[in-house]
Design a protein around this ligand. Structure first.
Ligand SMILES: [Zn+2]
Length: 289
């Protein structure tokens, strides 16, 4: 059964580790992430962007697939199904469809409007038993056509949004979606420490986990990050493994064209990447804490 992300993140924050949000794109992706979480006894958050939701034929299809897998694969670790960078309308659709968690990305609204819409959605999520993430300060890079500039959030605005009763807060600390440029100056730990000081027990979320050096990830967890989003990295290893399979001509040997064979190396590559991340984040073995 799907669970909201609130409890697993509170435990992570208290235990000084982070839970990974791994974005899903199709059945193979979802299966690979759930298998790995179960094997490693780690809590996990499945992230779905609005674009990916559309690609997978809508949120109801996603909920049906994930719930089916939890049952058929005997998944016992805590799993949250979370809308990533949701619009106001998208949040309502996911609440309706059976997601257990949503992110309302109101970062592009003026702070007053972000506050008003977040307040409303916090109430709806509480009534329905979902967890909710909010964002302050746009996160750099491009995600589903939305481009941010990689700014650092204002700690006072973070406190204002945290006080609305959200369960987790994404604050821009110089992080970027997608691949990081060569001249990227690194995370702003100064901002993170200031946000953490203002928001106390609030689990903080680090978006754009792809390409942040491991030592910076560990430091961010130490400073209060309890959820880390991973998306691009799984896409890169999936593409690389699939390309190697085809370049080696394996699709031309025997029944190598069978999608169950063709997509297997990419699926295995996602599993290895998810394992690597769960170990780095420290969530292995924390499913029953
Ligand atoms: Zn993000």
């Amino acid at each position: 059964m799907l669970v909201p992300a609130k409890e697993m993140l509170q435990k992570a924050k208290a235990g000084h580790y982070a839970v990974g949000q791994f974005n899903i794109n199709n059945l193979e992706w979802t299966k690979a992430i759930l298998q790995t979480a179960q094997e490693l006894q780690s809590p996990v958050i499945l992230g779905v962007s609005e674009g990916a939701g559309k690609y997978m034929c809508g949120y109801k299809t996603v909920v049906g697939m994930v719930n089916g897998m939890l049952e058929e694969m005997n998944i016992t670790v805590p799993v949250a199904l979370h809308l990533d960078h949701g619009t106001y309308e998208g949040c309502y659709k996911c609440i309706e469809a059976g997601f257990s968690s949503v992110m309302f990305d109101g970062s592009h609204y003026p702070i007053d409007e972000n506050v008003a819409k977040t307040t409303e959605l916090v109430q709806v999520c509480r009534d329905k038993g979902l967890s909710i993430e909010a964002e302050v300060g746009a996160i750099g890079g491009e995600e589903d056509g939305v481009i941010g500039m990689g700014e650092c959030a204002d700690p006072n605005e973070c406190k204002a949004i945290a006080d609305l009763g959200v369960d987790m807060l994404a604050a821009g600390i110089g992080n970027i979606h997608g691949k990081y440029p060569e001249n990227w100056p690194g995370l702003s730990f100064e901002t993170l420490a200031a946000v953490q000081e203002k928001t106390g027990d609030m689990p903080l979320v680090l978006h754009g986990g792809t390409g942040i050096p491991d030592d910076q990830i560990k430091k961010a967890i130490h400073l209060g990050v309890a959820k880390i989003n991973v998306n691009t990295e799984c896409q890169l290893v999936f593409a690389e493994a699939t390309r190697k399979y085809i370049e080696a001509g394996k699709d031309l040997q025997g029944k190598g064209f069978d999608p169950r064979k063709l997509l297997a190396p990419g699926t295995e590559a996602i599993k290895a990447k998810v394992k690597e991340k769960m170990e780095l984040f420290g969530s292995v073995g924390k499913a029953n804490d």
